[in-house]
Design a protein around this ligand. Structure first.
Ligand code: CO8
Length: 260
């Protein structure tokens, strides 16, 4: 099987580019998350890798977020295993010592938006058909506290409060206005701009940048680290409820109907 993650590491610049390439929409399945985490961990342990750019190889989509099929009709054990992998991905990315830039070259709902928000800087394609945001409530599910915390840290309390309740997906110019992304560029310049921007980030001495990043993010990370098992139990009991399974079924139905 072809790998779901392709990593290109440039030894001379110290920058790795991670391409998510899991057709059709880079949804975050357990297999995808496992591969993703292994890739990030390898780069994290390689002292010569200082910067990471995350992008998508799929046309039009950065990532569709969590694979809904992993939350639908699965056993509690499997749901728990899945959720642990979602936590692991966030902990690795949000707590990374590398400078991370998200090259958001397509739509980025829910878990896709979460990945983008773990970056230190976000560049998005200025295509008005693309959207980004935490739309969980539209599926009848609730973003966990650490998704919420990440959003509050990114765009502030008021925007998060509104967007999270109504499951708001922003188009690129709205996302730029609220600070959910930092820069819009034409679609074909997303990756090149990310590479140029990375040079600026890597011009800062690593130890100073890393300690500053840790100072900003550690309290948020500690909150999950100290309550992982509770968070997993909470997820499993929520997602396996009949009413929640019904909501997911309806959403899946809507996704199919909307097609074409
Ligand atoms: N999971 C599984 N399958 C998906 C997902 C997904 N997240 N997204 C799309 N697909 C499937 C579609 O059903 C479709 O399947 P098929 O070809 O068999 O009909 C295929 O992928 C292609 O999708 P589209 O035809 O819709 O592709 P488009 O290019 O038109 O659109 C989008 C791409 C914009 C990404 C669109 O597919 C979309 O909006 N998808 C839904 C995204 C979404 O709402 N994700 C939310 C997931 S929940 C999450 O990430 C956080 C949950 C937090 C946990 C809460 C705890 C309680």
């Amino acid at each position: 099987t072809t790998p779901r993650i392709k990593v290109e590491f440039n030894q001379s610049t110290g920058v790795a580019i991670m391409h998510m390439q899991s057709p059709p929409v880079n949804s975050l399945s357990l297999d995808f998350l496992t591969e993703f985490c292994i890739s990030v961990e390898k780069l994290e342990m390689d002292k010569s890798c200082r910067g990471l750019i995350i992008t998508s190889s799929q046309p039009k989509v950065f990532s569709a977020g969590l694979d809904i099929m992993e939350m639908y009709g699965k056993s509690p054990e499997r749901c728990g295993e899945f959720w642990r992998a979602v936590q692991e991905m966030w902990l690795k990315l949000y707590g990374s010592n590398m400078a991370i830039i998200a090259a958001v070259n397509g739509s980025s709902p829910a878990g896709g938006c979460l990945i983008a928000m773990t970056a230190d800087y976000r560049i998005m394609a200025d295509n008005p058909r693309y959207s980004i945001g935490l739309n969980e409530t539209q599926l009848g599910i609730v973003a966990p506290f650490w998704f919420k915390d990440t959003m509050v840290n990114t765009v502030g309390h008021r925007c998060s409060e509104m967007a999270l309740q109504i499951g708001l997906l922003y188009n690129p110019s709205e996302a730029l206005r609220i600070g959910l992304v930092d820069q819009l560029v034409p679609e074909d310049q997303v990756l090149s701009t990310a590479t140029q921007t990375m040079t600026k980030w890597l011009a800062i001495p690593d130890h100073a940048r890393q300690l500053t990043k840790t100072m900003m993010r550690k309290p948020t990370i500690d909150k999950l680290t100290s309550s992982r098992e509770t968070d997993i139990r909470h997820f499993v009991s929520f997602i396996t409820k009949d009413s929640i399974q019904k909501s997911l079924a309806m959403y899946l139905e809507m996704l199919k109907k909307r097609k074409g």
